[in-house]
Design a protein. Structure first.
Length: 318
C-alpha cells in the first residue's frame, strides 16, 4: 500500500491544495554515538528553507519506536528540514536534511546520532570579551576569576598570556593585519587545537569527553589579515589548554589543570586603540582531571553577568 496517499485531510496545508501538493514521508532513525538505536527519543521537524507556502503547517513531532525510528508524513516539497532530536541523558542534536524529490513522492530518510551525557561538571566557565589595556605588552588572564591580571582587572594569577599586535592598519576597510599571541607562565603549560569528533557534527556537545594528556605547545598565534580578502589562521579554532602545571624532580608533570576553548579565540574591535579578545572557556576545577563536559547551570566563576554566561554551542557548527 502506498502510504503517501493514505493521509487524512488534517495534514493539508492551509494555502496548498491537497489535490496538487505532492506528499511524502520523512523517516528518521536515532542512534547512539556508541552504537545501537534509541527508542523514545523526541523528534520534531520543521521546514527551514524553500517556498514559503509549502512551509506552513510542516512542523511535526513524535517519539521514536523500539527500533529508534519514526515516520512523519506531510508536505515535503522543495525544502530543507531542520530535524531536532532530544532525549533525557543525551545531548540534543540538530540536522539539516534536504527533502527527497522524485516522480512518485518526496520520501526522505536520515540518521541522527545522539551523544550520551556521561559526567557534566561544574567548571570555571565564561563567555569573555576582554579589553586589554594596550597593544604594548602581554596580559595575564585568570580563568578562575574571569578577568585579566592587571590593576584594572580582578585576576590574581595568570593562567594564560594574551598579547595583541596590529602591524598593519590602513583603516577598517584594509589592508590590515592583527595578531593574537597566546603563551603561558610555565614551559609545560600549553595549547592544542582540535577538530570536533565526527559524532559531534550535529550535537550540542562539540568536544571530546576528555582533554588529551599530551601534544600541547607553549605558544600559538591567531591571525587575521585583510587586503583583497580575508586570510585567517587559527581564528575561532577549538583548543584544549593545559594550565598551572607542575613537574616532579624527574621532569614529569605531576599536577595540571585542563580547559577547552570553544569555538576558539578571536580578536574584535580592530579600529580601537585597546584591543579586545573574545573566547569562551571551560576549565575543570580538579587537578589532573581531564573531563570536558560542562553543566551549563553551574559555572564557578564569581559574579558572571548574563552576557558572560557560557551558551551552548550552535549544534550546526562544523
Amino acid at each position: 500500500m502506498n502510504r503517501l496517499w493514505a493521509l487524512p485531510v488534517l495534514f493539508c496545508l492551509p494555502l496548498v491544495s491537497c489535490a496538487s501538493a505532492p506528499r511524502g514521508e520523512l523517516e528518521v532513525k536515532v542512534v547512539k554515538a556508541s552504537g545501537g538505536s534509541i527508542s523514545g527519543a523526541e523528534v520534531w521537524v520543521g521546514g527551514i528553507k524553500g517556498n514559503q507556502q509549502t512551509l506552513r503547517g510542516t512542523r511535526k513531532r513524535g517519539l521514536t519506536d523500539k527500533n529508534g525510528e519514526i515516520k512523519l508524513y506531510g508536505e515535503l516539497r522543495d525544502i530543507v528540514y531542520g530535524v531536532n532530536v532530544d532525549k533525557e541523558g543525551y545531548y540534543r542534536s540538530r540536522k539539516e536534511v534536504p527533502a527527497g524529490n522524485d516522480e512518485v513522492g518526496y520520501d526522505t530518510r536520515t540518521v541522527v546520532t545522539l551523544r550520551e551525557k556521561k559526567m557534566p561538571l561544574s567548571m570555571y566557565a565564561k563567555h569573555e570579551k576582554v579589553s586589554l589595556p594596550s597593544r604594548d605588552k602581554r596580559y595575564g588572564y585568570d580563568f578562575s576569576q574571569g578577568d585579566i591580571v592587571d590593576l584594572s582587572g580582578k585576576g590574581n594569577r595568570p593562567d594564560v598570556y594574551l598579547h595583541v599586535t596590529r602591524p598593519i592598519f590602513k583603516g577598517i576597510l584594509g589592508p590590515y593585519k592583527e595578531i593574537l599571541t597566546i603563551s603561558f607562565p610555565a614551559k609545560t603549560d600549553g595549547i592544542k587545537f582540535f577538530k570536533p569528533p565526527e559524532t559531534a557534527k550535529h550535537s550540542e556537545f562539540k568536544s571530546h569527553y576528555q582533554a588529551p594528556e599530551t601534544g600541547y605547545t607553549s605558544e600559538a598565534v591567531v591571525k587575521v589579515f585583510y587586503k583583497n580578502g580575508h586570510d585567517q589562521k587559527n581564528w575561532e579554532r577549538p583548543a584544549y589548554l593545559r594550565i598551572r602545571s607542575k613537574i616532579d624532580e624527574e621532569g614529569h608533570i605531576e599536577n595540571a589543570h585542563y580547559c577547552k576553548i570553544f569555538p576558539g579565540f578571536k580578536t574584535t574591535g580592530l579600529d580601537r586603540e585597546k584591543p579586545r579578545v573574545e573566547f569562551t572557556y571551560y576549565c575543570n576545577p580538579e587537578p589532573n582531571k581531564r573531563g570536558m563536559e560542562f553543566d551549563y547551570e553551574r559555572s564557578l566563576v564569581p559574579g558572571i553577568e548574563d552576557e558572560g554566561w557560557p551558551r551552548k554551542p550552535d549544534v550546526l557548527y562544523d
